[in-house]
Design a protein around this ligand. Sequence first.
Ligand code: BTN
Length: 240
Amino acid sequence: RNYIHKESLSSTNDMAKELAYKVPDGTVIVAEEQTKGRGRMGRSWFSEKSSCILTSVILKPQIRPEKTVALTQVAALTVVKAIEEVCSVKTKIKWPNDIILNSKKVCGILTEMSSEIDVVNYIVIGIGINVNCTEFPDDLKEKATSLQLELEKPVDRKKLLASLLNNLEIYYKEYEEKGFESLRPLILENSITIGKEVRVIYTDREIRGQAIAIDKEGKLVIKTEKGEEIALLSGEVSVR
Ligand code: BTN
């Protein structure tokens, strides 16, 4: 596969977007350090040099733009599987894109795309895993953790990255050949969100209710207190 490794980048997602039209489907960018790592909702993404996995994968599937939410979850499943394979520990997916270990966030995924009205040009899946970092800024300490902190031993970053990319290839292929439907049961099985009472900030609305399903397109279905069912394409979920 086409693989680019850099000591330092502003953000692997930024480089991926710059290169997207010039490189083949499946190109992987990895950095030891990001000076402007980005998270969702315009937030920044903290990382410690050479102790995290900071990677972006460029994909060019022939899909409609609204299908990308499903692809983010395929990536989330991939992370769960890779961590399980290399660290023998089970993490959970907090819809749509956080990976949780012992109630704290150990990985975030930022999916960005360029599309026409009815077809995607490219998708960049940015994955940040806190592997061996041991110090977080004060404002993150309660919410974030790393594999090393939770397992109380360092994790082989190369092995984890290799497993991540292998699993991504496997699941992405399955997604392309059989569709999201085929992976949905596995995603549900590893979800921390389904069945829980949640509060979702969606655009400027707050929705409370029970997360009851992830639908065929990867949307989160919430049953509100009034009994109404709403399917969300994105949003900031807190599990209550
Ligand atoms: C989030 O949880 O808000 C998403 C975080 C995504 C972080 C990764 S690190 C590699 C890639 N490059 C970035 O700038 N962001 C993503």
